[in-house]
Design a binder for this molecule. Structure first.
Ligand SMILES: Nc1nc2c(ncn2[C@@H]2O[C@H](COP(=O)(O)OP(=O)(O)OP(=O)(O)O)[C@@H](O)[C@H]2O)c(=O)[nH]1
Ligand SMILES: [Mg+2]
Length: 380
């Protein structure tokens, strides 16, 4: 999942880290640092240097030892420059103890690269903007103690930036626990996005979590849709309500809700036929379904692999018939992660599940922090 983006983010975090380390090194080299070191410390340091110069026989071992701590190769440590090596060692300690003020130019290059990576991986413009501004805010002009590695410092900033655009997530089980039963969920979306499969997976997930479920087979339009839903429902052991092909989907879903009420079922999962937002008659039909079955949650389903197209369609569906939450399917085939990162930021609705395969277990509740940790390759 999101393999290409993950690799690129790892690379850019390293670059940010190196840029920051470079500015620290430059600052040390220009002697600015020396000005800020209290004179008492400098005096002690210089006295020690004198003593070291006198006693130092510059054995190869000593040079190797110093080189080790300075992270430079022995060849770079000239036996004629013992003062510099040993003074630099002390400076390094002082640098890690003090705070450094980073400027935008220190990180301009990796910042531009991050922007390109996000755009290339289908993250929407607005979301990219938010991430870049957040990164600047967290890094530029910030005094920070250099105790942690620069790369980790950058990862934390990136994590916060991604969390800002991902929003809160939507826990279905929490919602069900807090609301009157049956909780009615209407699934909408374009053709082939994965609505029917998602309903089967969610039914399976809910059953495993101790909830009772009924499915309404609301796709009365496509030939074979009823059969497909029935097969899935049988496999996951859930009752399905259906009418004949061509029947009014509102009536089917109304019946599914009545069945749930009569049998104390916790959740109704309502399927619909795939449709595009620009087909007015089909959108009117969805409006009618809404009025008749009064869903508690309208879940818009689209493919993560569709990237920016999924984000645009989600917005159009939201404007046309309303959306409360999003399910992104086929995340297992998505190397970019753009839709997962931008959809909530764009339509201001949380993601509920990610579909990650064709099996019934292949659905995972969308937890932003877990996703970001997965993207950045660490628990930070
Ligand atoms: N790899 C992968 N395939 C998926 C996932 N979800 C759905 N699919 C596949 O996508 C195809 C379409 O899924 P459906 O559930 O029939 O899609 P739909 O939105 O109901 O389609 P229509 O009813 O025609 O609008 C099927 O072959 C599914 O197996 C997923 O998370 N990962
Ligand atoms: Mg379907």
């Amino acid at each position: 999942m999101f393999k290409s983006l993950k690799e690129k983010l790892k690379g850019v975090s390293k670059k940010f880290g190196s840029s920051i380390d470079e500015s620290i090194a430059n600052e040390s080299a220009t002697g600015d640092l020396q000005k800020e070191i209290p004179s008492a410390v400098l005096e002690v340091t210089e006295t020690q240097q004198k003593a070291e110069t006198k006693t130092n026989s510059f054995s190869e071992n000593q040079i190797l030892h110093d080189a080790d701590e300075l992270s430079v190769s022995p060849a770079e440590v000239s036996p004629t420059e013992p003062k510099k090596a040993s003074f630099a060692k002390k400076l390094k300690v002082l640098v890690t103890e003090r705070e450094i003020l980073l400027s935008e130019k220190d990180i301009q290059e990796p910042l531009d690269e991050l922007e390109m990576i996000l755009l290339e991986n289908d993250v929407a413009f607005d979301a990219v903007d938010t991430i870049i501004s957040h990164m600047k805010k967290s890094i530029v002009g910030q005094k920070r103690k250099l105790r942690t590695s620069s790369e980790d410092f950058v990862k934390i900033a990136l994590k916060e930036a991604l969390m800002e655009v991902l929003g809160e997530g939507f826990s279905l089980t929490e919602y069900i626990n807090l609301h009157e039963k049956p909780v009615k969920i209407l699934f909408t979306g374009v053709n082939g996005a994965g609505k029917t499969t998602t309903i089967a997976k969610v039914a399976h997930y809910l059953k495993n979590n101790g909830y009772s479920v009924v499915i309404g087979s609301g796709d009365t339009f496509r030939a074979g849709a009823n059969e497909q839903m029935k097969t899935h429902a049988e496999r996951v052991g859930v009752k399905v309500i259906n009418h004949q092909e061509g029947a009014d989907p509102s009536a089917v879903l109304f019946d599914a809700v009545s069945y749930a009420k009569a049998h104390n079922i916790d959740v109704v999962l309502a399927d619909t036929a795939g449709r595009f937002h620009n087909r007015a008659n089909l959108m009117n039909q969805l409006e009618k379904i809404r009025r008749v079955m009064k869903p508690d949650i309208v879940a818009y389903v689209d493919e993560a692999v569709a990237g920016n197209d999924a984000v645009i369609r989600a917005e159009e569906f939201n404007n046309a018939v309303g959306t409360d939450t999003v399910v992104l399917t086929k995340a297992d085939m998505d190397t970019k992660g753009g839709a997962a990162i931008s959809i909530t930021h764009t339509i201001k609705k949380p993601i509920m599940f990610l579909g990650v395969g064709q099996g019934y277990d292949d659905v995972i509740p969308f937890e932003p922090e877990k996703i970001v940790n997965e993207l950045l390759g660490a628990d930070i």
